[in-house]
Write a protein of this length. Structure first.
Length: 366
């Protein structure tokens, strides 16, 4: 049983310049047994601090942490039955890969035959059997990362903790390692807590995702729910690439007014908008829900605008269009068949069934 529970966890630091800093603010959540949970957010949001508190490398200022049924507040890291994989691999350069993998077990006085069995099993799982006699300097970045993961596997812990393990790898290798880590979770069937600043990693790996900002948990949800139903503007803007466009509008009966543009309010929002008559709201729309009018046949609830295109990025599978409107630069992700080029005055279609609406003052979803 490797459920992890945070009960009202707060972590404060003393900074010489800023005084008391609250790195994690009253966080409460449960990570289920065998779940793959990802913490994501910008630098300084509290995600790594949360991971380090699970590991016992940082002690919380307030609150309780449970691993399984055990309160671990005062337990040393080695007593928590966890294994941590760091972004810099933390391999011993003078040891062979076999010696690196077996190091922790040797320190625990594990019998040699058991060490050999566990090392070879980990090597087989990670496809590094032919690397066991090499030194770390002879390996590629991806191979070193596999060894770092293998060193965690041999301990057979209740919980695996990953601290931005792919940040030192190039883009192609990151994709490959994402696949391998996802497969590893299925093979081992254990609890994994994974920290990253990369929302693509979070969305592709996590069964659920904890989105943090400035020490506060913004939302905990599945990737689909985060994308389709963000609870506030921060989550809406952080999840998705390119990020969501935000447009300030005034509510006028059954329509939004954005400067000289009138946009019909979708039926599902009409009741909620009755409280916002003559008030400003923020409309959010993702780039993939803005189309070249010539390739918008599948859009049922259309609003058309004219846009002066200032940049076009052709990515092969899609084109990104950028245009200035309502004091913002708006991004549209359109079909690669689109013939729109830099300098065009183009007819652009908004899919109004895909918009999100936020309260201007609270920035919460409506």
């Amino acid at each position: 049983m490797a459920k992890i529970v945070f009960e009202h966890i707060t972590k404060e630091f003393i900074d010489e310049k800023r005084g008391k800093v609250r790195a994690v603010d009253d966080a409460s959540f449960t990570i289920d047994d065998k779940e793959f949970m990802v913490f994501v957010g910008p630098s300084g949001c509290g995600k790594t601090t949360s991971l380090r508190m699970i590991a016992g490398l940082e002690k919380q200022t307030m609150g309780n942490i449970y691993i399984g049924d055990t309160l671990v507040n005062n337990l040393h890291p080695k007593e928590r039955d966890i294994a941590m994989v760091f972004q810099d691999y933390a391999l011993y350069p003078h040891m062979t890969i076999y010696e690196n993998l077996s190091f922790g077990l040797r320190n625990l006085k594990t019998p040699k035959d058991e060490i050999d069995r566990k090392v070879k099993r980990a090597a087989e799982i990670l496809s590094i059997e032919d690397l066991l006699d090499r030194k770390p300097r002879e390996l590629s970045g991806g191979q070193r990362q596999r060894v770092a993961v293998g060193r965690a596997i041999v301990r057979n812990p209740k919980v695996f903790l990953f601290d931005e393990p792919l940040s030192n790898l190039d883009a192609k290798l990151r994709v490959q390692m994402r696949i391998e880590i996802a497969e590893l979770h299925k093979k081992l069937g254990t609890t994994i807590v994974y920290v990253t600043h990369d929302q693509v990693e979070a969305m592709t790996l996590g069964q659920r995702i904890v989105v943090m900002n400035k020490g506060v948990i913004q939302q905990i949800a599945s990737p689909d729910e985060l994308y389709n139903s963000p609870v506030n503007m921060f989550v809406a803007g952080f999840i998705g690439a390119p990020s969501m466009n935000f447009i300030q509008c005034k509510v006028d009966n059954d329509r939004f007014i954005a400067e000289d543009i009138y946009l019909p309010i979708p039926e599902k929002f009409l009741k909620a908008m009755s409280k916002y008559q003559s008030k400003d709201i923020i409309m959010g729309i993702r780039p993939e829900d803005i189309h070249d009018e010539k390739y918008s046949q599948t859009v049922k609830n259309k609003s058309e605008i004219m846009a002066n295109i200032k940049v076009v990025e052709k990515l092969g599978s899609e084109n990104l269009l950028y245009f200035d409107k309502w004091g913002n630069t708006i991004t549209a992700r359109v079909s690669s068949k689109s013939k729109i080029v830099y300098g065009d005055k183009a007819k652009i279609v908004f899919d109004m069934d895909k918009i999100h609406i936020f309260d201007k003052e609270t920035e919460m979803a409506i």
